[in-house]
Design a protein. Structure first.
Length: 300
């Protein structure tokens, strides 16, 4: 193998190891994003009370709890995803559906990891990238629609009369809402990385094919150079010697050059030479005649 080819192979192997390591990290962070998505969907801590709220409590996508008084920490909890009528706002219902769809997409993406053992790696990366991108879009829609339901009666009861759409009044944003925003950024980065890995896998496949073809060609050339000569079929040396035959030029057919043998002697047609073979057009050169021509050239 040439030094340039060896260096290229070393670079290719190192890149493949790094690519696999990046792919493993991508898979781990995808699982982390799925956990974030599940927690964001289940936990009811999107918004909550503060020191200025008339009642304690907190709200999630479909479940919420509100206290009965300022001094009492007893909370009355309502709302389940199975019972849509118990959700206090239509915006909360839509946000819950989009976040649920985001969770289903990312869990399906994790299930697609099994396809790495059966399908093309680049194709699986691109499928997962589109799923992660759609999951991020659904989570964005959920986070944007959720504040539209802050003007509901239950939220105004806890947060005060100043509460309205996209205005929290005396309440504050809780950790689940912030975690959902972090999940959006995580999903977008993972989607971009999956697209890059998928495209690089296509490039690596083409490079592998080129390397294999180059190695095959080099091996074939080496075998051809090292192939021994066949003793039963030795190479034939062809000599172009000037015509020095004993026959006059006018004895040959006009417009045709006289044929010479390996000694340079002309081979006359059967009409001139008495040594023709029966039924043939090729004359039989006698040994004495051949020796005569060889002595003429100083060979014998």
């Amino acid at each position: 193998m040439l030094p340039s080819q060896e260096a290229s192979k070393i670079y290719h192997d190192n890149y493949m190891r790094n690519s696999r390591a990046i792919g493993v990290l991508w898979a781990i962070f995808t699982i982390c994003f799925a956990i974030i998505n599940v927690v964001v969907f289940i936990q009811p801590y999107w918004i909550g009370d503060s020191v200025n709220t008339p009642y304690p409590g907190y709200f999630g996508l479909f479940h919420y709890c509100v206290g009965t008084g300022v001094t009492s920490r007893d909370l009355s909890c309502q709302g389940t995803f199975a019972d849509f009528d118990s959700i206090p706002s239509g915006a909360f219902k839509a946000a819950a559906l989009f976040v649920l769809l985001s969770m289903v997409l990312i869990l399906t993406c994790i299930t697609c990891f099994a396809l790495f053992f059966f399908c093309n790696t680049a194709t699986v990366y691109k499928i997962c990238a589109w799923m992660q991108l759609l999951a991020a879009v659904c989570l964005v829609l959920g986070c944007m629609i959720f504040p539209d339901g802050w003007d509901s009666e239950a939220v105004r009861h806890m947060c005060g009369e100043k509460t309205g759409k996209y205005t929290l009044g005396n309440c504050s944003v809780r950790w689940a809402y912030i975690l959902a925003i972090i999940g959006i950024l995580d999903a977008l980065i993972l989607s971009f990385l999956a697209f890059v890995l998928g495209n690089r896998q296509n490039d690596l496949l083409q490079e592998d094919l080129k390397v294999d073809n180059k190695v095959f060609t080099n091996n074939k050339n080496v075998r051809n150079k090292k192939r021994p000569l066949d003793p039963s079929n030795p190479p034939q040396n062809v000599y172009n010697l000037p015509y020095q035959g004993p026959y006059p030029a006018h004895s040959f057919s006009q417009g045709r050059q006289p044929t010479t043998d390996f000694t340079g002697a002309a081979v006359p047609p059967c009409s001139v030479s008495p040594h023709c073979q029966d039924g043939g057009q090729v004359p039989h050169q006698t040994t004495a005649n051949a020796s005569l021509h060889l002595s003429h050239y100083g060979i014998a």
